[in-house]
Structure formats: C-alpha cells, structure tokens
Design a protein around this ligand. Structure first.
Ligand SMILES: [Ca+2]
Length: 335
C-alpha cells in the first residue's frame, strides 16, 4: 500500500497523519497541503512537524492550493483549531523539522505531484483528502487519466444531513471549495466519501486520549494530547461535549483498513447542496455518477482502531528527547 495524505493542517488532520504513519510503518509516499483550517504553508509546516516524530522517515510535503478554484476568499477555522492549526502547541515546541521536507510549489505543480503519485502507485495507491478538495480537483482537471487505476480515494467532506439548521453550511471541507467537491464527485475514480455526520458518531473523549497518552508515553502522544486541548475546549463551548470527533482519522481508517469492518458503505448518486445551511450537503440525484459513501460507523471499533494506531506509533517513535532532526527554521507563522 502506498499512501498520500492531502491535508489542511488542523488538529484532526494531525491525528489522521499519525494513524497513516502507523499503518505505513512511519513512511508515507507523500503529503500535500491545501488552504482550509489554516493556510497551506502553515498546514505544510504542521504536517512536517508530525512527521518529525518519526526520525529519518519524512516524506516531502508539497504546498498546494491557497484558495478555492473560483479564487474567492476563504475562511479558516482557527477558532476551533487554534491560530497555528494545532491548538498553539507549535509555539511551545520551537519546532524544527527536517530541512527540505516542505516543497514550496505552484498549486499546479502540487496537483501534478498528486497525479504522478496516482499513476505510479496504481492499485496500491491510497489517497486520503482531509481538507477542501481543491488539490485533487486540480489534479483531475489536469490529468484525470493518471487516477484511473488508483486503489482508493477517500475524501472527508460533505454531509448526509444538516445537523443544525443554524449552521451557515452543512460541512466545512466541501463548502470551502464547492466547485472542487463537485469535480471530485463527478470524476474521482474509486471514490469513497466520508461525510461529517458519519464522523460525528465517533466521540473521542478527552479522558480517553489522556489515558492513551499516559499509557503509550511518547512525545508524539503528548503532542497529540496537547494539540487536542484547544480543539476539545472549542467543542465543549459549542456543543457541551468533553471531547471531539476524529473526522480525518476516520477517512484514513476507511482508506487503509477497509477489512476492519468499521463502516457501512453504500453506493449512491449525489449532487451537492449550494445554499446556506445546505451548502456541501449530499443530495440524492439520479443523474449523478455513482460514488460510495460511508453512511455509518461502528464507533467502538473505530476508537479501537485509532488506539491501535497510537500504540504502533509509540513503537515507531523514540522515547524522550527532542523528536526532531535537522534544523528547519520556522518562517511560516503567517496564517
Ligand atoms: Ca482537515
């Protein structure tokens, strides 16, 4: 299995990366970043940082699209994920990561890197998109054929229902670039969509994460626990829960552990809602292309799968000391 993660650099993205690194024994085929929770540059730094807990194994992080396909302005999600996307922990760490890991590039070059991965990996390729779908849409527009043989594409985004009509949109990733999401639904082969409301059936409690961080006692676990503090505080304020939903890690689970029986996956034909609280909603449309959707999840099994990933991560990462190698300078604080 060859794994590529396309991420927008938030807290659940960091957990998703850790899970992907666990499944891939600490080495991904590549990472690309997109605007969303934070800027794509910031997201690249965050992805490099997570990989730095696995010394000597960092894959290149390609900086991708910094705006939707329409070019319209976008809103980040710092209120939920923190200014740096990781609950402020990056400031404390005075982070360094392996020099040369982050590749500044034109969004077209990053789209081409994604397509090159799809072409080379073929049936072994697993592409997981955990942010707005802009990079994948760009890649499909430029070289759809490259994706024809890919093993699986999983995108976290869209929603099957409107959880709360007071919301200004149905889901963040799809609504942040609706045109890109539409292109992905129309063209991405072997596509599985992981909707928000399915993800919200898995509650990751603060005490659960704290317990695992203590049990597995590695810098990467301490980092995850601390990065989640702000995120969980935000959910506590918004929804009164003492935890959060591991959206992006569930997308990774669906792509990398299809035999684990975590999800109820059904085919369907959908268009995307475009107005207000319905923006990014999956609306049944008999004229649309058939895709697969994770309609339900076994929450207990999903949490067990994440725990297994954290246990494996503990084995893969060094105990104590600075987890970082090299001395990459932080020059990407700007959102
Ligand atoms: Ca994300």
């Amino acid at each position: 299995m060859r794994i590529w993660i396309d991420t927008d650099g938030g807290v659940d993205d960091a957990l998703a990366l850790v899970c992907a690194l666990a499944v891939s024994e600490g080495r991904l085929a590549g990472v690309s970043t997109v605007f969303g929770n934070v800027s794509p540059r910031r997201a690249a730094r965050n992805a490099a940082l997570v990989q730095a807990f696995y010394p000597g194994k960092s894959a290149a992080v390609h900086v991708g699209a910094d705006r939707p396909l329409t070019g319209h302005p976008w809103q980040d999600a710092h209120a939920i994920h923190g200014e740096d996307g990781l609950g402020g922990v990056t400031a404390d760490h005075a982070l360094a990561f392996e020099t040369g890991v982050v590749r500044e590039a034109h969004p077209d070059e990053t789209a081409d890197a994604l397509a090159a991965f799809a072409r080379e990996a073929g049936a072994a390729g697993r592409l997981v998109c955990t942010g707005p779908m802009t990079n994948l849409a760009r890649a499909l527009l430029r070289d759809a054929e490259a994706f024809a043989g890919i093993g699986r594409i999983v995108c976290m985004g869209t929603s099957l229902s409107v959880p709360d009509v007071r919301r200004d949109r149905a889901e963040f990733n799809a609504s942040s670039d609706l045109e890109a999401a539409r292109i992905v639904l129309e063209r991405a082969p072997n596509l599985l969509v992981m909707p928000l409301d399915t993800c919200r059936r898995v509650m990751m409690e603060r005490a659960w994460l704290a317990r695992l961080a203590d049990r597995y006692n590695r810098p990467v676990l301490t980092f995850l626990r601390r990065a989640h503090a702000h995120y969980m505080d935000a959910y506590q304020a918004m929804e009164g829960i003492d935890g959060c939903y591991p959206h992006d890690a569930l997308a990774v689970a669906a792509a990398l552990a299809p035999g684990a029986g975590l999800f109820t996956i059904e085919p369907g034909r959908y268009a995307l809602g475009e107005d207000g609280a319905f923006t990014g909603l999956l609306r049944p449309d008999p004229a649309a292309r058939r895709i697969e959707v994770a309609r339900d999840v076994d929450a207990a099994r999903a949490l067990d799968w994440i725990e297994t990933c954290l246990a494996v991560s503990a084995e893969l990462t060094p105990l104590g000391g600075r987890p970082y190698t090299g001395s990459g300078k932080d020059n990407s604080n700007a959102p």
